[in-house]
Design a protein around this ligand. Structure first.
Ligand code: ATP
Length: 518
């Protein structure tokens, strides 16, 4: 690297402005990222982070501003142009093909390793193994991607970027799906990549992570750069305040719970997946009115199947579920809704929202057929609009109006639409699957308070979250799920985080003593 080049940022975005109807998503944003730097981008939901990164990756065009790579102005036409200029994006939803091997996935779309129409597998495997060895992560190039853990799959995505010689890597909330151990490992890897002279742009809502890994932090609020900090010079509280524009309670006080009678009773519930594999081989649990039961577990241990069976999206193959003394085993989602069950799904695009519908329709998606929104067959448009406006205001959903298509909302604001809808009425049971995934600190504070308020109003709450801190902070009781079984139950107020982490990782088998004490 020449001295001249070393003094020029690897990336400069100058005066980037992007307008959408009714909203300025990026308002003259300046961002510079140096070589060898891990640069965190922080901002509340809808602040404009994804828009800025989409512009960098050629997915959106700015109305104003310019992009410079190594000091030279460039026009980025589309993602393949971005990749050829050394910019890669590791998406939150991996773009991998499960039935293909690691090597096949890595070379997919990269023409350099194809010899004519055929892929030179051996050569590809060799190069991948060399890259993996250089950066110190172990991955078998011949392993099928579908058999890998989420953390390993993420490395395949990063390998893909390295294989294309990415010099600037954008990671959009990379730790949202990882266990604490996997997060530590990915941080080691990111630091190695930076030490190798690459630039990392890291988007995260987790402030402690940003403080632990970033060299520099840029905070965006409502489309504008609000500040630039170094981790040593700031705190979580200051960053939260910069992002949100007010003081934020980073940990909400769950207070004492006043539990009532039994509400949800699950006995020996068995659930199979599409391939008839028994994913949940018999779960029993109870939640009383006015109590939050948190389920801690590494993703893929049967949480999804358990919840889908409880809410009626999947027929259980055995066992019994009752709500407030009534047998509801195998009821449909509509019946569950009528019985007073609220549900915030983990996969909001699959189950929670119809993205092409306006926001006001999504706000009544599970209640449109009821008063006050419908009188018999007649829809009351004024009542729908009035309720939508009230919910948009109460939940601080950032939209130009509730008439816009839900697809145009930022990820975090889409999540708020679901939460607003499900929390709006009195409930017997509230099933929450990753309720704050992708939400900023201010919104998490608000949602946690709402969950506690629901509990205090007598609702039984089942909380499933990959976010162990979230489970630890608001649950009255914690159940650890491992390979489809509840392997331990702990008191939410006294449980030790590392003990829970160990149970999540081993199911207690490797450490029978732990299980015994739990
Ligand atoms: P989050 O943390 O929730 O993902 P973000 O900071 O990534 O938020 P963006 O997705 O960049 O936010 O959204 C910025 C603003 O631009 C939001 O108000 C969003 O509604 C708006 N927006 C983004 N894409 C479009 C689009 N295609 N059409 C209209 N508005 C859009």
């Amino acid at each position: 690297m020449t001295g001249e080049l070393a003094s020029v940022p690897a990336l400069e975005m100058r005066g980037i402005t992007k307008r959408y109807p009714g909203v300025v998503a990026n308002d003259h944003i300046d961002l510079d990222v140096r070589r060898g730097e891990i640069h965190a981008l922080l901002g509340e939901n809808g602040a404009g982070k994804t828009t800025l990164m989409n512009i960098l990756y050629g997915l959106a065009r700015p109305n104003e501003g310019e992009i410079l790579l190594d000091g030279k102005t460039v026009q980025i036409a589309d993602p393949s142009d971005a990749i050829s200029r050394g910019i890669s994006m590791v998406h939150q939803h991996f773009m991998l093909v499960p039935v293909l091997s690691v090597a096949e996935n890595v070379v997919l779309g990269a023409e350099t390793m194809a010899r004519g129409p055929f892929l030179d597998r051996r050569e590809a495997s060799k190069r991948i193994a060399a890259l993996a060895a250089q950066f110190g992560f172990e991955l078998d190039p011949d392993a099928r991607v579908g058999s890998l853990s989420v953390g390993q799959q993420q490395r395949v995505e990063i390998l893909k970027a390295l294989y294309r010689d990415a010099q600037i890597l954008v990671l959009d909330e990379p730790t949202a799906v990882l266990t604490p151990q996997e997060t530590d490992e990915i941080f080691v890897l990111l630091r190695r990549l930076a030490d190798d002279g690459r630039s990392i742009i890291f988007i995260s809502h987790k402030l402690y992570e940003v403080l632990a890994i970033a060299d520099r932090i840029t905070v965006i609020r409502r489309g504008r750069v609000i500040g630039d900090r170094k981790p040593g010079e700031t705190t979580e509280a200051e960053l939260a305040e910069l992002m949100v524009g007010r003081e934020v309670e980073l940990t909400v006080d769950r207070g004492a719970s006043h539990v009532g009678g039994p509400m949800l009773h699950v006995e020996g519930l068995r659930v199979t997946d599409e391939r008839k594999h028994e994913i949940v081989p018999g779960v029993s649990l109870d939640i009383r009115a006015g109590e939050i039961l948190g389920i801690a577990g590494v993703a893929g241990n049967g949480q999804d199947e358990l919840i889908e069976a409880l809410i009626g999206l999947r027929k259980p193959s055995g066992g019994k579920v009752s709500l407030d003394g009534r047998d509801i085993t195998g009821c449909s989602p509509r019946d569950m809704n009528r019985a007073g069950v609220g549900y915030v799904p983990g996969d909001r695009h699959r189950f929670g929202l119809i993205l092409s519908f306006p926001v006001y329709d999504n706000l009544i998606l599970t209640s449109y057929y009821r008063e006050p929104y419908s009188h018999g067959p007649l829809r009351d448009g004024a009542a729908v609009a009035e309720s939508a406006d009230a919910q948009v205001a109460r939940f601080d959903i950032r939209v130009p109006s509730s008439n816009v298509a839900t697809s145009t909302l930022s990820g975090g604001n889409q999540q708020k639409v679901i939460v607003a809808r499900e929390f709006e009425r009195p409930l017997k049971l509230l099933i929450l699957d990753q309720p704050t995934r992708g939400l900023d600190v201010g919104s998490i504070e608000f949602i946690h308070k709402q969950i506690i308020a629901k509990r205090d109003a007598g609702t039984a709450v089942l909380l499933v979250s990959a976010e162990l801190d979230e489970v630890m902070e608001i649950s009255d009781r914690i159940a650890v799920i491992y390979r489809g079984r509840i392997v331990a139950e702990l008191d939410g107020r006294t449980a030790d985080k590392s003990a829970v982490g160990l149970l999540m990782a081993t199911g207690g088998e490797a450490n029978p003593a732990e299980e015994a004490t739990a």
